[in-house]
Design a protein around this ligand. Structure first.
Ligand SMILES: [Zn+2]
Length: 238
């Protein structure tokens, strides 16, 4: 058969000066002098371009965080963090680094230090809330205040990052109340040196929130909403 000039064929192998190719459902050999070889790049939908996002699972080791019965904040935070890291790297192409990759204790200062040594472009800390008042419920994000406590030079970018995550969580998980964006002095946010926010995914002391926080389906949804919020922020932040 004849292959018209300029048509693309699929390269299957080299045999001497011949290429084995497939074209139009047929397989055969063409002289290599008539074929221009080009490499195809897999089209990518990700624009993460390898920038590093530091994912901080709150608490760990002998610091369980909030505890309600057999529900531990450190376990919930770690599970969402691992899902988030996976979505960020697999779906968006970021280099996701976790401050802790198992159940160990890290000081707040260590978490901030790790952001530096990982050369992170953004930092997100993952937590669950708790209260003695079991009617308190909802998710929220904490962003830096303008008070002198904040030494993070990225106050406004941190607020954008937090707002972006909060918007995605609100849109994707409407069955948890959205408590919004809170300005609060939090060490890992205020003392960090990159755009930073802390997410409280819900109250483990509240029955409705707890049913979400202990569900792997909802943890995945929380991770995906957070990843989308991070990505929307990063797309506008150079
Ligand atoms: Zn916490």
């Amino acid at each position: 058969m004849t292959i018209p000039s300029g048509k693309a064929v699929t390269y299957l192998g080299t045999y001497g000066s011949w290429y084995k190719v497939s074209y139009g459902g047929k397989t055969g050999y063409v002289s290599s002098q008539y074929v221009k070889v080009s490499t195809t790049t897999t089209p990518t939908t990700s624009t993460g371009t390898g920038r590093t996002i530091v994912i901080d699972a709150g608490h760990g080791g002998n610091d369980p965080g909030a505890v309600y019965g057999s529900t531990y904040e450190k376990v919930i935070a770690f599970d969402i963090a691992a899902r988030l890291a996976s979505t960020l790297s697999n779906t968006y192409g970021y280099n996701a680094r976790m401050t802790r990759t198992n159940d160990v204790y890290l000081s707040l200062a260590q978490r901030v230090e790790l952001t530096k040594s990982y050369k992170g472009s953004a930092f997100v800390s993952l937590h669950a809330n708790s209260s003695t008042n079991t009617s308190y419920h909802g998710h929220e994000v904490l962003v830096p205040t303008g008070e002198s406590y904040t030494t993070n030079p990225y106050i406004s970018a941190s607020r954008s990052l937090g707002a972006s995550i909060n918007r995605e969580l609100g849109a994707r998980i409407p069955t948890i109340r959205n408590r919004g964006v809170k300005y609060q002095n939090v060490y890992v946010v205020g003392k960090n040196s990159v755009p930073s926010t802390l997410v409280e995914y819900g109250f483990i002391s509240n029955a409705n929130d707890r049913s979400h926080l202990t569900s792997t389906t909802y943890r995945q949804r929380m991770a995906d909403a957070t990843a989308s919020g991070i990505h929307q922020f990063m797309s506008t932040y150079k």
